[in-house]
Write a protein that binds this ligand. Structure first.
Ligand SMILES: Cc1cc2nc3c(=O)[nH]c(=O)nc-3n(C[C@H](O)[C@H](O)[C@H](O)COP(=O)(O)OP(=O)(O)OC[C@H]3O[C@@H](n4cnc5c(N)ncnc54)[C@H](O)[C@@H]3O)c2cc1C
Ligand code: SF4
Length: 327
């Protein structure tokens, strides 16, 4: 596998980046750490002739407890003890992304925008060509659900569920200016599954913002994967909240790794506010989440097993978040 030639651009400000994006419309990709994009390029997946590197854009760097720049390396955030103490659910998730080597290059922005995955897609050009390709790259049908004209590739980022559980917001910049919106709105929930995020052409992620209420919440991220040292999530469950004695003061639950976008379940957790979480109510919550998710057969583990594990991991994540336990 090799990288085809491309032209590399290195803007130094957000404004210059956005101008460049407008000039190169449709013919470029942004590249941050490159740990997701470049392996896909090597497999000749959706190649573009231009890459716009975000490395030198100063505004995308640096983090505080309120704001994390899109170009912050996962390893740097993971190593910050004050960040870990303030946001245990994010810290859990950071420690579960890929390997330490990948985390040394991979960035927060890249992780939120990581390409969705499917075993008919994450393959070499020759492997894919033998099946006539698929909707997501170079082809016109889906091998997972052939009767539908949509893609079911799985969202496999670890950070998104953890940040969703904390009500994080995302700041984006593009040709029509800047905007800030809930992270949950970054993900395309109603589309064809191919376009994975709701960004206008040329828009880039500048930073993630954490609301004041997120700090100090008890939280856990539980990840299911085949090889614990290395693999993408087959399932990731994040729970974060506050407890007033035995009663729930606030609770958010987000699930990734099973559908095309990371998903929150406020309709199930909001009714728990003010109540004690008993074994029975936790069981009902787990059962309801399990009923709602729709994994398909496009990753290593079978969908029925992943769905059943959703129940197990929801129980564990909420229970451990409540107890404030680690490990
Ligand atoms: C062996 C291996 C194992 C992995 N395991 C995991 C895992 O367990 N969990 C996991 O979450 N990920 C995993 N990954 C995927 C990836 O390494 C991480 O998600 C990483 O955080 C991606 O960040 P990056 O900066 O390298 O992104 P890049 O590869 O540079 O970019 C990823 C995508 O985001 C876009 N992009 C990047 N930054 C911006 C921005 N600021 N604005 C707009 N668009 C942007 C790029 O155009 C590209 O489409 C794995 C990768 C490898 C190689
Ligand atoms: S779900 Fe279907 S369209 Fe999407 S990547 Fe897999 S095979 Fe291709």
């Amino acid at each position: 596998m090799h990288l085809d030639p491309f032209e590399l651009h290195r803007p130094t400000s957000v404004e210059e980046t956005v101008r460049l994006a407008a000039e190169l419309a449709g013919r470029f990709d942004y590249v941050a750490g490159g740990t997701d994009l470049l392996p896909n390029y090597k497999m000749h997946i959706n190649l573009r002739p231009h890459l716009v590197a975000l490395e030198d854009v100063a505004e995308l760097r640096g983090h505080s407890l309120d704001r994390v720049g899109a170009m912050v390396r996962l390893a740097d955030l993971e190593a910050d003890p004050s960040f870990r103490a303030a946001y245990p659910v994010v810290s859990d998730a950071l420690g579960e992304v890929a390997t330490p080597l990948v985390r040394a290059s991979g960035t927060v922005g890249g992780n939120l925008l990581v390409e969705t995955r499917c075993f008919f897609f994450n393959q070499s050009y020759f492997w894919r060509s033998s099946l006539g390709f698929c909707l997501k790259a170079d082809g016109d049908r889906c091998h997972v659900v052939p009767q539908k004209e949509r893609c079911y590739a799985t969202f496999s980022g670890d950070l998104a569920p953890a940040l969703l559980a904390l009500d994080a917001e995302v700041e984006v910049a593009g040709p029509s200016g800047r905007r800030r919106r809930p992270l949950t709105d970054l993900y395309d929930r109603a589309g064809d599954g191919i376009r994975r995020v709701c960004l206008a052409p040329g828009e880039l992620v500048v930073a993630v913002h954490l609301p004041p209420g997120a700090r100090g919440q008890r939280g856990r991220y539980k990840k299911l994967r085949v090889r614990p040292s290395y693999d993408f999530p087959e399932l990731g469950v994040a729970a974060a909240g506050r407890w007033d004695g035995e009663r729930v003061a606030s609770l958010r639950l987000a699930v990734g790794g099973v559908e095309t976008y990371p998903r929150r379940f406020d309709e199930l957790t909001d009714p728990l506010v003010g109540r004690r979480v008993s074994e029975e109510s936790l069981g009902r919550l787990a059962e309801e989440v399990m009923r709602r998710v729709r994994p398909v057969h496009n990753t290593f583990l079978l969908p029925d097993y992943r769905r059943r594990m959703v129940g197990v991991y929801v129980r564990r994540a909420v229970d451990e978040a409540r107890q404030g336990t680690a490990g």
